[in-house]
Write a protein of this length. Structure first.
Length: 102
């Protein structure tokens, strides 16, 4: 395999990875706190597009609970999305075949 073929194959792989990554970034994921009081949606690029909070949490007494619940819920979903993204991108990158490279 010559350098031109390797470059062409690498370019094709990069285009495929970019396409998958862009599609994943626009994918919408639902999230719900363990107690169900916080719900929403987050894109694959970690942009929050929807957030709903149970009115019972919207009191001065629940301020700390609400803040903790938001952090926990959003971080948990962010971690799940990051793992899924890594798996999807890895499945493509893992299928790369470069025969006669060495």
């Amino acid at each position: 395999m010559n350098i031109a073929q390797l470059m062409k194959q690498a370019n094709q792989m990069q285009k495929k990875l970019n396409k998958v990554q862009n599609a994943f970034n626009e994918k919408v994921f639902d999230f719900v706190s363990d107690d169900g009081n916080i719900q929403g949606q987050m894109k694959g690029n970690m942009e929050i597009v929807k957030l709903a909070i149970d009115e019972a949490l919207l009191t001065a007494e629940n301020k700390t609970k609400l803040e903790d619940l938001l952090v926990e819920t959003l971080n948990q979903k962010r971690g799940e999305i990051a793992k899924q993204k890594e798996e999807e991108i890895g499945s493509i990158a893992g299928n790369v075949s470069m025969p006669n490279l060495f």
